[in-house]
Write a protein that binds this ligand. Structure first.
Ligand SMILES: [Fe+2]
Length: 240
């Protein structure tokens, strides 16, 4: 059983340090923590070794202090499913062919349908109500694709200036054939080390507080494919 004392003491010191930083320094400190988590993790899992585990736990706590952390499920909004989903599926399929591969993952900017959804006042209002604070769009609207066996995302947080709140919308998820598995999930780690698995059905949405919540994608199985749209928002009052 891991003693929590050392990681809490380390987290307190690092939180004190983070409070002394200016916005640009805090941005860089945040990037350093994100990179460190990827190095500490074993694939998508927390490290097993005791000392590394303390560093992992302390980093989760510090990141939860620097940015808001959490995952809010918002179900399957009617306007999204009825007015936008068929267009989003068609657009995502079309752009998949020209998406850029960035490590074990692919990405492409949203097209006109995704942009129209991002600019829809009902979408903005839904996200604002779900997180309970005034927001502005960041302009980051992207399709994320995982297409190949083994595609995954290591544990990380998103850079603070671009995606404090990531509204994620499931577009398509082709499950692995012949297996009794529901397929790859996004994993969100709480500041206290808790772990939530999220699988989005087509048209289902959730908001990830992506700058303060460490998240990872489980590796894809053979024959599995998925596409998710993300729309970025930031608080009107931001720290860094
Ligand atoms: Fe991310």
């Amino acid at each position: 059983m891991l003693r929590r004392g050392p990681s809490i003491r380390l987290a307190k010191k690092l939180i004190g340090f983070s409070n002394s930083l200016g916005p640009a320094e805090l941005y860089n400190f945040h990037l350093m923590l994100s990179a460190a988590l990827g190095g500490l993790a074993q694939g998508t899992r927390p490290p097993a070794e005791r000392t590394a585990r303390h560093a992992w736990s302390a980093s989760l706590r510090v990141l939860g202090h620097v940015g808001r952390s959490g995952l809010v499920r918002i179900g399957r909004p009617g306007f999204l499913a009825e007015e936008f989903l068929p267009g989003l599926i068609a657009e995502a399929r079309q752009l998949r062919a020209v998406a850029r591969r960035t490590g074990p993952h692919e990405i492409h900017e949203g097209g006109p349908v995704a942009e129209a959804l991002a600019g829809d006042r009902r979408m903005m209002e839904l996200v604002r109500r779900s997180v309970g604070e005034a927001l502005l769009p960041t302009g980051e609207v992207n399709y994320h694709y995982s297409n190949r066996e083994g595609d995954y995302l290591p544990p990380h947080v998103d850079p603070g200036r671009t995606s404090y709140f990531n509204c994620m919308i499931g577009i398509e998820h082709k499950r692995p054939p012949g297996r009794r598995t529901s397929g790859s999930a996004l994993i969100a780690y709480g500041s206290d080390g808790s772990r939530k698995r999220l699988r989005l059905r087509s048209g289902e949405a959730a908001i990830l507080m992506a700058s303060g919540t460490v998240h990872a994608r489980e590796p894809l199985k053979a024959g599995e494919e998925l596409a998710v749209l993300t729309i970025g928002f930031r608080p009107k009052r931001r720290r860094f």
